[in-house]
Design a protein around this ligand. Structure first.
Ligand SMILES: [Zn+2]
Ligand SMILES: [Zn+2]
Length: 262
């Protein structure tokens, strides 16, 4: 049975376990190694089930545990060439670590992981679509200023999708962030807003993907209630009923016992 476990999500750190209970991958490792171990254990998962770690980009909230994690468990680390270069430059990973560039698709055990590029203010960011050993697929797509066709297509072909719902535009505009930071978040290489996410979710559910999760919520410029309400309003306006036509969860910022079977 394929399962997605959001270990952490948001600006303090991001990490997802995707696979089955006995075989999976980690997408991002943006907390401490101990916190990831604890979150895995709380969800009944063993670190030994992790076949490899896939990093989306070099921002700290996606890779802070990587050095310790890769050393302690000998995990193979996949990322784009640009991301790997930045990780090495910032000493987020030891030169002796087992790393590989993912160009398009790679097999890890009985799983297949596909790279899909994302527009973000990082060297060469991407997101990943995982096909679990039972053939079910999950896409985790966060940290992107706009939705690109490649990500959209990847989402439509998945059984489960985590999509970024980073900020409420009004909260961001009237909030305490300095002007340059607001501009960065709102840019095409920033983060996806609740409204943009909600629009995309309508198309995704209409294509047949019924399990959804909102990810990378801002603590300053969003609340889980607002993000959820925005998405549900948009989906219901399109005639899709929450819980009967689709499921929708929030990826937690702190560890919770929470997984989605897809
Ligand atoms: Zn991030
Ligand atoms: Zn980022």
């Amino acid at each position: 049975m394929a399962r997605a476990v959001p270990l952490f999500s948001g600006s303090k750190g991001n990490s997802y376990y995707i696979g089955t209970s006995s075989e999976g991958v980690l997408i991002d490792a943006g907390r401490s190694c101990r916190q990831i171990e604890n979150a895995m254990e709380a969800n009944g998962l063993k670190m030994q089930s992790v076949g490899a770690v896939f990093i989306t980009h070099e921002h700290t909230d996606h890779c802070s545990a990587l050095k310790v994690l890769a050393k302690k468990y000998g995990f193979k680390v996949f990322a784009s060439e640009g991301t790997l270069r930045e990780l090495e430059k910032a000493q987020r990973i030891l030169p002796t670590a087992d790393t590989a560039v993912i160009e398009n698709e790679v097999a890890v055990g009985n799983m297949l992981i596909k790279r899909i590029d994302t527009p973000h203010d990082a060297a060469e960011s991407c997101c990943y679509r995982v096909t679990a050993s039972d053939g079910k697929t999950a896409l985790v797509a966060t940290d992107m200023g706009i939705m690109l066709d490649g990500v959209r297509e990847g989402a439509k072909q998945s059984d489960f999708v985590v999509l970024e719902s980073n900020h409420d535009i009004e909260m961001l505009k009237t909030g305490i962030y300095p002007f340059y930071l607001k501009q960065r978040i709102l840019s095409s290489k920033g983060h996806l807003s609740n409204a943009a996410c909600a629009d995309e979710l309508v198309q995704i559910v209409k294509s047949g993907t019924l399990r959804l999760m909102l990810g990378h919520l801002s603590e300053q410029n969003n609340t889980p209630q607002i993000a959820l309400a925005t998405a549900i309003a948009s989906l219901e306006k399109a005639g899709l009923k929450f819980r009967s036509d689709f499921t929708l969860d929030i990826a937690p910022s702190e560890t919770r016992i929470q997984s989605v079977i897809f």
